[in-house]
Design a protein around this ligand. Sequence first.
Ligand code: PHE
Length: 448
Amino acid sequence: MKEQERGSFTSKFGVIAAAAGSAVGLGNIWRFPYVAGENGGGAFLLIYLFFILAIGIPVMLSEFTIGRKAQRNAFGSFRKLAPGSGWPLVGLMGIVAAFVILAFYSTIAGWTLEYIIKSVQDGFRGNDTAELFETFKSGTFKPLLWQFLFMVVTAWIVFAGVQKGIERYTKILMPILVVLILSMCVRAVTLDGAEKGLSFLFKPDFSKITFNVVLEALGQAAFSLSIGMGALITYGSYIRKNNNLSNTAIQVASTDTLIAILAGVMIFPAVFALGLDPKAGPGLVFEVLPKLFMKMPLGYYFSILFFVLLAVAALTSTVSVLEVVVAYFSEELNMSRGKATIISAASIWVFGILATLSFSDLSGVTIFGNTFFDLMDYISANVLLPLGALLIVIFLGWKLGKKVTQQEITNEGALRPKLFSVFFFIVKYIAPVAIVLVFLNSLGILKI
Ligand code: PHE
């Protein structure tokens, strides 16, 4: 593809909507509560917030910088900025990560579609929601069908171009999602016995911190911010030269973090008040929320709207993941956008069947005690993304260098971001060392 033919986001708000659309998704509303629940709640939240600040925002800004400077896909960006080196392999690793993430993410995204239908049919009333969930996910056909449909819609939007579809709709839909979650928070915290849930989320119990909790917090921070796999390099390549990248990164990361915390405030009081188990795993929100809706005035309407918006939030994320692969195929392998979209979506879909059937026909197939789904979820968030993030900051700090980075971030000197030196110091020293320490610790090689 020639330079002029590359798309670009048309406005400042469009950039935020697309990038926040990528960041905000199932990671915030489905994954955050269940991972926090399994890892001790408050202590997890604290470490998570630390990682967002110390690693998440710097990596996000680094990815935007690489993408906008190079104006290429994740692989091509490294090749352009570091020709003849091994760095493009980092981009390639991102493309592999995109495959793994989309394969299992589309399973859960498919579940949201089933839950839209259940809401419309008023199917939660009078039923045991845990049982409903169990019956649905252990079926073969329906979960596969929904996953397929979700992939088709994702592919269709990517094919049409990110700008005209996603940019336009996320601007309207994201704010509605926030308002909705807020109302659900109000209901959740006014349930009898809600305090237990709030203290679970906000009172850190430091005895719960283990190396694994630290790694899970890093993985969740990376996953939730969409960093470490080139999604934001790819989106960065569509950002215009006059955009203030530092502000964009801060706004996107704050929105994302706010929504994750709100999701926690919505879920945990309900979990405790309704006598459920915070360690319920991937099914957590699908079992808890329907119960919450049944206890709300206008719960019927709330539940429909909520699952529709959850599906939309998931969609704006799946689009950004697929875009990584499609941009790579079309720019590096010279495919048309249509062909690139069909080939990548179809192969991810096939791979994704393994994830969906992990809850039914393949639930007995485990590797090191994990189903395919668990393995894909764990490896992408806790290995591939932190590793990608590590290599990205090393690239910026040690290969691209301070001068070039400063030029790009200051829009050739037009802007004066106050904390540039702090940012560069974090990127060059703090973030890499922190990520390496977390890795070594969790491998048991080093114990601090
Ligand atoms: N950040 C998305 C979410 O929280 C998931 C995602 C991960 C999207 C990595 C793109 C890249 O749902």
